[in-house]
Design a protein around this ligand. Structure first.
Ligand code: SF4
Ligand code: SF4
Length: 296
């Protein structure tokens, strides 16, 4: 069967984000100039194959440096990451999650494993905003060590992409790192395994409930230049869009919901009635915006 266009883009983005193929010989991560640029999806900086920086890692580092910089009399904060996310979000909203994020792609592939599929209550979508506020912003700023430096709390305590892409492979590349495996590593392995198991039964569980990058992009969905459009006059509320949506969004309840990753699957493959489209417009969407994801 022909791989569809989005699958091609997801595959290419995953390969391009992880194109440093010399790591088996160097035994360490790539640290060239490209590493100063952020990739648009969640892709661990410390993955031995990664060629760019993860925007969430970079954002935590930015917040962690705020207090030491201020204390040293330096009131300049590097706004490169916020600017990058702002530009991408303003243009496309959460589209990078649907087309460019390697970890999102992996969740869709795992969900292809034949199994009963279940859905999750919509209120769980709110947790990703708490993760963003606590682990990306508050803890890096306020949980400082004796030298006044904050820590990258999301990377350290939660990120399953980091465990999968960096923790596990680096332990094989540098066996001495296994001596550092402790309770925290085991907790992170448990989080990763729980999420992988969840992916079999639930559509993109990490993106919907925990991903702080998705939380940031989702804030732009209603105001980005690219928008989804719903034509209620043509919609018969058959629910086909919901059944085929990789995020479990009920499109017929409103376009541009925070969980819509603009994958266009509903428009291209699900709706036979022409009720789904998209537009380029600077005006904010007037659609109602439920959180999405509840069962039909
Ligand atoms: S598939 Fe089309 S007609 Fe059916 S509920 Fe979705 S938008 Fe409405
Ligand atoms: S609502 Fe449509 S465009 Fe949005 S994530 Fe679901 S299938 Fe993709």
């Amino acid at each position: 069967m022909m791989l569809d266009f989005r699958r091609w883009i997801q595959s290419i983005a995953t390969v391009l984000s992880n194109a440093w193929l010399l790591f088996p010989f160097t035994g360490t991560i790539y640290q060239g100039k490209l590493k100063s640029l952020c990739v648009p999806g969640l892709n661990c900086y410390s993955c031995p194959a990664a060629v760019g920086a993860c925007p969430m890692g970079a954002l935590q580092t930015m917040f962690a440096s705020v207090r030491p910089s201020f204390r040293a009399g330096n009131f300049h904060i590097g706004l490169y990451v916020i600017g990058t996310l702002g530009v991408i979000g303003s243009l496309a909203g959460r589209m990078p999650c649907g087309w460019l994020c390697p970890f999102g792609f992996m969740q869709e592939l795992v969900n292809k494993i034949p199994s009963p599929k279940i859905d999750i209550p919509s209120f769980l979508s709110c947790f990703k905003y708490a993760v963003l506020a606590i682990f990306i912003v508050a803890l890096p700023i306020f949980a400082v060590d004796i030298f006044g430096y904050g820590e990258n709390a999301f990377c350290k305590y939660i990120c399953p992409a980091g465990t999968l892409q960096a923790g596990i492979p680096m332990s094989f590349l540098q066996p001495r790192l296994r001596d550092l495996w402790g309770g925290l590593f085991m907790v992170k392995m448990a989080i990763l395994l729980f999420l992988i198991l969840s992916m079999v039964f639930i559509r993109r569980p990490f993106c919907r409930t925990l991903c702080p990058l998705g939380a940031i992009y989702s804030l732009f969905n209603r105001v980005s230049v690219f928008k989804m459009v719903h034509h209620p006059d043509r919609c018969v509320r058959c629910g086909e869009c919901y059944r085929n949506c990789p995020m479990g969004v009920r499109f017929y309840e409103g376009a541009n919901q925070n969980n819509c990753i603009r994958c266009l699957q509903c428009m291209r493959k699900s709706c036979k009635y022409g009720a789904i489209g998209h537009s380029l417009s600077a005006a904010p969407s007037k659609d109602t915006m439920p959180s999405g994801g509840a069962s039909l």
